[in-house]
Design a protein around this ligand. Structure first.
Ligand code: ZN
Length: 60
């Protein structure tokens, strides 16, 4: 049974690879994750145009 953390990570690594700014598809899915115990922050920097995206989840 995957944890919430793992489910979210897998979701982004497998589905959200396309940069909304330039359309570049990052096949590596290089999402960085960090957590402070209450939130998980996922960050992706486009290797093509350097646009960064962040998703924040609050853990319950
Ligand atoms: Zn881009």
């Amino acid at each position: 049974m995957p944890t919430t953390f793992e489910r979210i990570r897998q979701r982004y690594e497998s589905t959200d690879k396309r940069c909304p700014d330039c359309g570049y598809v990052d096949e590596e899915g290089n999402w960085e994750s960090r957590t402070d115990g209450q939130q998980i922050i996922y960050r992706h920097v486009c290797p093509s145009c350097d646009a960064s995206r962040e998703h924040t989840f609050t853990l319950k």
